[in-house]
Design a binder for this molecule. Structure first.
Ligand code: MTE
Ligand code: LUZ
Ligand code: MOS
Length: 759
């Protein structure tokens, strides 16, 4: 059994010894040049000119490129063609790339690019930085989206109880440890191109580079061995760097590397969408939601990027684990003069689901009920199991998950103990919360749910696998190698995954939506099955048995056996094809993207968290004391890797909701653009008591070995951290108060919330 086993990450020894090569570690051929980007100093403006002579005169500078030097299409917009590689005519945000300097060293290129404010001539125009202002002006990057079921207006009017509110939630920087980087190498005298790119989406980089060059995709190969993290930030937004490096390399006939530093990465690229909500909910005295209407306003930044599917996922995750009979949701993706916001772990799902969790918390406080009880009363259940977008929830795991977690975390006992503590503690106040997770697995754009793989069995019996997924630390190559080893019955040590390469598997989807192992695992399994079928015929003949089995490098049949490598050698001599491709598409998906109805998800991943926090009511400081996580990964392909994903996703979610704050000044300059001012969680922010358990039920959908995707859903477990802090804030005010705690719950936000309830 190579699956369902906690084998270490295939690169673990390389990671911990610092020998794992990333794009910047690829040896530079002689003549390699370096690029740096000159950035817009204005949030909005009309570009009049650039003093190119001054830039060209700088030491080490070989060339300066502008939008006019893009050979064909000046666009990196992944869905709408609305995002220039280099600014043309209009400056749309402070930090937008306007020109590229190519120099003999990276330092020289950066020094010249830093002259941008002096060499860019532009006329300032009024900038819109605030999503609510854009919403008021009807300025959107994509048309508004509506998801409705039943009759929310009537349900609200008739509900015995009603609450209205407004709430806001901040964005989040991906903060991949390896920044954005591309290294372009002209091939064949400049008639072809090899691009090494840190990207979750090699095929899209290939396509966008080809479009920019006016070439067919067959002349561009994109490779990515590994990323030092992506988290959604390299799904579309690796493209600017890929295109600039490629255009420069072909123009100059030299390899060109473009690696941005952290500050520029923050200023150029977008991140998780901040959201603003206006809600109106009607409910009964037991806390059951009868009707709910919500405006969800996201700040999309200056272009569409992936804002439409992000909003669609937000709307399709507002229900989280709850049956909402009458609902009306309106999603507005506001256009502002800021970085274009993009994918980030959860892809709008967290922004949708957290809204209903805040609403349920307010309902519970209004009624004086335990929030866990109110949540349980609203769970999807038999007969109340159709989502607002029309998909039936087949596995109803919320009840058993909540019950098991409440028991294992001693929720009720600890709530009583916390109340007693708070009664005798004037300064430190503690709080506890439970939140569930239901996360839909599949790209919400149906055609993206496809994958391919190529499996080579060499004549010595060793196996090389290539698939369309990319490795960003999440362990996809380990899982896919496990699947192939299992299928061929060989030890894991004889299987290896090689770098993702558009020349090997074509037309791949981004490694995103948590589907990497689901899709590519199935594709690689299919390829291995083809080879195994061919080998089985030969083994039957050699062992004289109709039934043969492949186990750990040995082929058995009829009480006899032979080494796998011997069988392969004989197959080669017989001229049997020892390699195969494999292809997979997720079955049963349908989606009407205009009506937001259908069956967009193959299945759901479930989870639950009980988190306890303490707040200092004088300073607003908070600490997470304990977290009990129970998460559903189906029948895990690799429990150790999955637990790592759960811990990482949870702590990353805590960072988003507690310490990571983005601040733009009134000129539109992002002031939090480095770890000095932008606080991601560190090992010290990991709760001192952190317990992770796997739910353990096999997936009822026919996924790879009945496993479930794990990449994104655990991030939503962190909701319980925010709500535990809110619970502690409530302990500072009168019984039944509802502190207006916004996220991130920084000390300032915590103090504001406490002040408004404690007077
Ligand atoms: N884990 C690590 N270590 N690094 C990452 O960049 N990205 C997350 C998640 N886990 C990420 C990660 C995101 S946003 C996604 S969509 C999934 O991994 C993608 O990989 P998978 O589909 O293979 O799970
Ligand atoms: N949909 C989705 C998408 O659910 N997740 C994604 O990452 C994505 N990316 C592009 C388009 N749709
Ligand atoms: Mo993950 S946000 O789907 O890259």
């Amino acid at each position: 059994m190579m699956v369902c086993t906690s084998v270490p990450h295939e690169s673990a020894p390389l990671h911990v010894t610092g020998r794992a090569p990333y794009t910047d570690d690829i040896p530079e051929p002689a003549g390699t040049l370096h690029a740096a980007l000159g950035l817009s100093p204005l949030a909005h403006g009309r570009l009049i000119g650039i003093d190119l002579e001054r830039l060209r005169a700088q030491p080490g500078v070989v060339a300066v490129l502008t939008a006019d030097d893009v050979p064909a299409e000046n666009n990196i917009g992944p869905l709408a063609h609305d995002d220039p590689i280099l600014a043309h005519g209009e400056l749309r945000y402070l930090g937008q790339p306007v020109f590229a300097v190519i120099a003999t060293t990276r330092d020289a290129a950066r020094r010249a690019a830093a002259l941008a404010p002096q060499v860019i001539q532009a006329e300032a125009l009024p900038a819109r930085l605030n999503a609510l202002e854009a919403h008021a002006a009807g300025e959107y990057v994509v048309p508004p989206m509506h998801l409705a079921r039943g009759d929310a207006a009537t349900a609200l009017a008739r509900a015995p109880l009603r609450l209205q509110g407004e709430w806001q939630l901040g964005g989040q920087e991906q903060f991949y440890l390896e920044g954005q980087i591309s290294f372009a190498m002209p091939q064949e005298g400049g008639t072809a191109l090899l691009l090494h790119c840190s990207t979750q989406h090699p095929s899209e980089m290939q396509q966008l580079v080809a479009h920019a060059l006016g070439w067919g995709s067959h002349r561009v190969s994109v490779q990515c061995r590994r990323m030092g993290g992506g988290f959604g930030g390299k799904e579309s937004q690796s493209a600017a760097f890929a295109c600039v490096a490629s255009i420069a390399a072909l123009r100059l006939g030299h390899p060109v590397k473009l690696r941005v530093d952290r500050d520029d990465d923050f200023l150029i690229t977008g991140r998780r969408h901040p959201f603003h909500y206006r809600w109106d909910v009607g409910f009964d005295a037991e806390g059951r939601v009868l009707g709910v209407e919500v405006d969800l306003i996201s700040n999309a930044g200056h272009s569409a990027d992936l804002s439409a599917p992000v909003m669609a996922r937000a709307l399709c995750h507002f229900d989280n684990a709850y049956w909402l009979p009458n609902l009306s949701l309106h999603g507005y993706s506001a256009r502002t003069h800021t970085q274009s916001n993009t994918a980030f772990r959860g892809f709008g799902g967290p922004q949708g689901a957290l809204a209903i969790e805040m609403i349920l918390d307010s309902i519970a406080r209004r009624l004086g009920l335990d929030p866990l009880l109110v949540r349980e009363r609203n769970f999807y259940a038999q007969g109340r199991d159709i989502t607002p977008y029309g998909q039936r929830v087949e596995e109803l795991h919320a009840q058993s998950l909540a019950a098991r977690l409440a028991h294992s975390s001693q929720y009720a006992e600890r709530r009583a103990e916390i109340a007693a503590f708070n009664a005798r503690s004037p300064v430190l106040k503690r709080g506890i919360a439970f939140t569930p997770v239901k996360f839909g697995i599949s790209f919400n754009v149906a055609f993206l749910n496809q994958a391919g793989a190529l499996v080579h069995v060499y004549a010595d019996g060793s196996v090389l696998v290539n698939h369309g997924g990319t490795e960003m630390g999440q362990g996809i190559n380990t899982k896919v190698a496990q699947v192939v080893a299992h299928e061929l019955g060989v030890p894991l040590s004889s299987v290896r995954c090689s770098a993702t390469d558009t020349a090997k598997v074509a037309n791949t989807s981004a490694t995103a939506a948590s589907t990497g192992a689901d899709l590519n695992g199935k594709a690689a399994q299919a390829a291995a099955q083809v080879i195994k079928a061919r080998l089985t015929s030969l083994a039957s003949e050699k062992l004289g048995s109709a039934r043969v089995s492949f186990v750990n490098g040995v082929v058995h049949g009829n009480g006899r056996n032979m080494p796998f490598s011997e069988l392969v050698r004989l197959a080669y001599l017989r001229r049997i094809q020892l390699w195969s491709d494999g292809f997979y598409t997720t079955p049963g998906l349908s989606w009407d993207k205009d009506k937001l109805q259908g069956h967009p998800f193959y299945y759901y991943a479930w989870g639950g968290a009980v988190v306890e926090a303490v707040v200092d009511r004088l300073t607003g400081e908070t600490r997470i004391l304990q977290a009990d996580l129970l998460h559903d990964v189906g029948a895990s392909l690799n429990p150790a890797i999955d637990i790592g994903q759960i811990e990482g996703g949870f702590v990353q979610g805590l960072g988003w909701l507690t310490s990571e704050e983005l601040v733009w000044d009134s000129s539109g300059r992002l002031r939090t653009h480095a770890p000095s001012t932008y606080k991601i969680p560190t090992a010290n922010d990991c709760p001192p008591k952190l317990k992770v358990e796997l739910f353990g039920a096999a997936n009822s959908a026919d996924t790879i070995h009945r496993s479930k995707a794990v990449g994104e859903p655990p991030l939503l477990l962190a909701f319980a951290g925010l709500l535990a802090i809110k619970d502690a804030c409530a302990a500072c005010g009168p019984v039944g108060c509802d502190p207006p705690l916004s996220a991130p719950a920084t000390p300032e936000a915590v103090l504001r919330a406490i002040d408004s309830v404690a007077g």
